[in-house]
Design a protein around this ligand. Structure first.
Ligand SMILES: Nc1ncnc2c1ncn2[C@@H]1O[C@H](COP(=O)(O)OP(=O)(O)OP(=O)(O)O)[C@@H](O)[C@H]1O
Ligand SMILES: [Mg+2]
Length: 221
């Protein structure tokens, strides 16, 4: 991957951009506009960007991984200024990709590696941008119909007021992995305190069709 032409170009474009002190979901569009301007691949729809509150994700047609770049800050509505993230569950308390990398390793140690997409740092650019990769996944919206069996299990669990932000994705997991295995994984998520930010957009399907968590870094500013 590191020698792939797309990756080499991405690094070149990133190193040609002046990020300033703060990089976040409030100013990322300026970077995305720049990327569009310099990248023929982007202009030809071979690259696209998605982002949430904590990361920019660059998705390329010719890669089976995506590139994730952590934001370092957010807009503070009270103080009317940008503030660095300080609560990411990682050594660098601003880096939610590093948080995912650390959590992936914990999931693996506990036998849950196949439920979470592996995030892994591959490069740090000259101008200080950390680039991570994750296997490319596909949208939860492609979900086939939920089986009656999973709805039944889900109905039972729902009575316990599961501490999951938006739990409908559990149906796909129950269908695929079975209630017994999933119960163990859910207990692990809740015990580890990874459960608060789990909702449909943070779930994907691998290239081979397994449902998987693609964003499991939580959000604590
Ligand atoms: N592995 C992946 N394959 C394909 N698309 C992805 C992948 N990871 C992320 N995305 C897309 O990028 C979006 C943002 O990624 P992610 O959820 O990791 O960022 P975030 O900033 O942590 O989001 P949030 O606002 O939920 O905290 C996802 O909702 C999804 O659309
Ligand atoms: Mg997300």
């Amino acid at each position: 991957m590191k020698n792939s032409l797309s990756f080499v170009k991405l690094v070149k474009y990133i190193e040609g951009y002046s990020f300033g002190e703060f990089f976040n979901d409030d100013n990322v569009d300026i970077f995305i506009d720049y990327l569009y301007e310099v990248s023929e691949e982007y202009q030809n729809n071979k690259w696209r960007c998605e982002y949430g509150a904590t990361k920019l994700v660059i998705i390329m047609d010719d890669e089976d991984i995506v590139f994730k770049i952590p934001f370092n800050s957010t807009w503070d509505y009270d103080g009317h200024e940008y503030v660095f993230f300080y609560g990411a569950p990682a050594i660098s308390t601003w880096d939610y990709c590093e948080a995912e990398e650390e959590r992936y390793n914990i999931a693996k140690e506990n036998g849950f590696a196949n439920y979470v997409a592996k995030t892994n740092m591959v490069y740090s650019t000259k101008n200080g941008v950390r680039i991570y990769t994750q296997p490319k996944c596909y949208g939860y919206s492609r979900e086939k119909r939920t089986s009656r069996k999973s709805l039944e299990v889900f109905g039972k669990w729902a009575k316990f007021n599961l501490p999951i932000r938006e739990p409908s994705w559990l149906n796909a997991f129950i269908d695929h992995y079975g209630a017994y295995k999933l119960k163990k994984f859910l207990k692990f998520l809740i015990d580890e305190d990874w459960n608060d930010d789990l909702s449909g957009p943070n779930i994907g399907y691998t290239a081979t069709g397994e449902p998987i968590l693609i964003d499991y870094s939580s959000y604590m500013e």
